[in-house]
Design a protein around this ligand. Structure first.
Ligand SMILES: [Zn+2]
Length: 311
């Protein structure tokens, strides 16, 4: 795949923890746990950061409405239209880094110790949101922009290594949400629109617009089967647990609450030979360490099933 070249200063810090090389970015706010060269899995934990150094500025609950556009900068607009039309999200996806680590452990265990690549943003979402366009991501703060570019630089590095040998790559963007009481898996398909999950069968002709295009090409599975058949990620998780996932055979569409269909990262990276999922994990599956581990292992087992059977 072709990736844009972004120059990041090279004074990154290299550390080894339990045999894993951890690269800390020049700002100190992005970490890249380098996976094994044999790994075709890249996992992102973008929204569980807690650090709020003042020099990185702050994001506001909304941008400014100006002539049909939303402008995101250091000015905070509180007029009704700006608040209604240009809202953004500042909340942390609590415990999703913990889930990311459990997920990576499970995948490594199931592949003979081959560790996935992990990219972590430690800067709080109230300061930067790397899963948005840069204006909304940084509200015009130059330091936050440096961190934004560092995150994407390491994701691209990881995807490049994962793709070596022309492999199909699995990109997992791990998030948490409170707007739906079921976990939502986003594949760049909407819910209740004519070409969304509301269809009886989502046709393969839509595959190029989804984050599963490459898998429909190489797996022998239909798009609809991959989205919500018994061997879908949702189907595999639900079949052996009490966890509820949309989409899946039991929950082919979202009937209540928001549905999270995937954001900028998925649009940007789940292209060509990369497939991707934006996992929006519900509150219940993130509540305690035991539950997080249970959910992560089930999710990991579903990922392993795909790697073994469909890649
Ligand atoms: Zn998130």
């Amino acid at each position: 795949m072709k990736l844009p070249v972004v120059v990041v200063a090279t004074c990154a810090l290299f550390l080894y923890a339990h045999g894993v090389q951890i690269i800390t970015s020049p700002s100190g706010l992005i970490r890249y746990a380098v996976g094994d060269v044999e790994s075709d899995v890249v996992i992102s934990a973008a929204h569980d950061g807690a650090m709020e150094p003042p020099e990185y500025g702050k994001r506001y609950p909304n941008g400014c409405y100006d002539n049909g556009n939303c402008v995101f900068n250091s000015t905070y607009c509180t007029d009704k239209l700006s608040v209604e039309v240009c809202s953004t999200t500042l909340t942390r996806d609590t415990h999703t880094l913990n889930i990311t680590n459990h997920l990576a452990d499970r995948i490594a265990n199931g592949t003979g110790g081959v560790r996935p690549h992990i990219i972590i943003c430690d800067l709080a979402r109230s300061v930067v949101d790397v899963n948005r366009h840069i204006d909304e991501a940084t509200f015009g703060n130059d330091n936050a922009a440096v961190v934004f570019h560092e995150y994407h630089y390491y994701v691209q590095q990881a995807l490049g290594i994962a793709a070596s040998g022309n492999r199909t790559v699995f990109f997992l963007d791990i998030h948490g949400q409170t707007g739906n009481n079921k976990t939502c898996l986003g594949y760049l398909i909407d819910n209740d629109v004519p070409d969304g999950l509301i269809q009886d069968v989502v046709p393969d002709s839509q595959a190029p617009n989804t984050s599963l295009a490459q898998l429909v090409r190489v797996s022998g599975q239909s798009l609809d089967a991959l989205l919500r058949g018994p061997e879908s990620i949702g189907g595999l998780i639900e079949s052996s647990s009490r966890f509820q996932v949309i989409p899946s055979p039991n929950n082919p569409i979202s009937l209540a609450g928001f549905y999270y269909h995937g954001g900028i990262n998925l649009h940007k990276y789940a292209v060509d030979t990369v497939i991707g999922i934006q996992a929006e994990i519900n509150v219940e599956a993130r509540r305690t360490e035991a539950v997080r581990k249970e959910f992560s292992y089930l999710f990991g087992d579903a990922v392993l099933y795909w790697l073994k059977n469909f890649f």
